[in-house]
Design a protein around this ligand. Structure first.
Ligand SMILES: C[S@@+](CC[C@H](N)C(=O)[O-])C[C@H]1O[C@@H](n2cnc3c(N)ncnc32)[C@H](O)[C@@H]1O
Length: 232
């Protein structure tokens, strides 16, 4: 089955019940540390109003809410099943007064411009139909002086380490998904979306074109995953 980006909400709803588990298995449990480091470096202010786009099962929203108990986080996703998993997790942690979940498309957000202190997107940008428009949308949601933070995989480089990483993405990821009872097609899509994604310089360029400044980048896991930070 070939997956196109225009029916992704169904694809993500299909994998939602085991999405967290497979993230932990496929990343050798590193995903938790990546998220913690990503948010620790973001410098969230007291009483910040945060928008977490493509929130999925809300790990980033939860990490923000745990760090600053006065912040308000709005987690947006277009997959009902992902939001259900997120809701259950948020309720278990007693964070329902701090995190609000909204079902919406990134390109049709129910907020006015210049509203948030921080806009985050983790492992979501590469799923958007138009990366530049997504970035412009993020910048548009921010108050002046607010921050955009992005966590994403990078495509494999053309060297020995890159070939190992490419093999892992193309062969191991769908196989592990299959062994764990997940959808091989969905995980093939997730792997191919990494291979087809932008390199760090291109992401920074895209951020600049969206009007963001003071750009910085933090490599994680030898650059397999990178965190990007920018200000409006
Ligand atoms: C790979 S998951 C990432 C989830 C989470 N942020 C994380 O760090 O694990 C991508 C999420 O983006 C959502 N998504 C993709 N495109 C979207 C769009 N245009 N609007 C809203 N949500 C979208 C999917 O439903 C899915 O939950």
């Amino acid at each position: 089955m070939f997956i196109e980006k225009n029916n992704l909400s169904e694809v993500f709803s299909g994998i939602a019940p085991y999405y967290d588990l497979l993230n932990h298995i496929l990343s050798f449990n590193r995903d938790k540390l990546w998220r913690m480091e990503f948010i620790a470096t973001a410098g969230i202010k007291e009483n910040a109003r945060i928008l977490d786009l493509c929130t999925g099962t809300a790990d980033i929203a939860i990490e923000c809410a745990k760090r600053k108990n006065a912040c308000q986080v709005f987690g947006v996703d277009f997959s009902e099943e992902m939001l259900k998993q997120a809701r259950d997790k948020i309720n278990r942690l007693g964070l329902e007064k701090q995190i609000y979940l909204i079902k919406a498309d990134v390109f049709k957000l129910p907020f006015h411009s210049d509203f948030f202190d921080l806009v985050s997107i983790s492992f979501g940008l590469r799923n958007l139909i138009d990366y530049s428009k997504g970035m412009e949308k993020m910048a548009n949601m921010l108050k002046k002086g607010g921050k955009v933070i992005i966590l994403e995989f990078s495509p494999p480089l053309d060297n020995a380490a890159g070939r190992v990483y490419d093999f892992y993405l193309k062969k191991m990821v769908p196989l592990v998904a299959l062994i764990c009872g997940g959808s091989t097609a969905a995980y093939k899509y997730l792997s191919s979306s990494i291979s087809a994604f932008l390199y760090p310089k291109q992401i920074l360029n895209c951020m600049e074109l969206a009007g963001l400044k003071n750009l910085s980048m933090k490599k994680m896991c030898l650059g397999v995953v990178n965190a990007y930070y920018g200000e409006k």
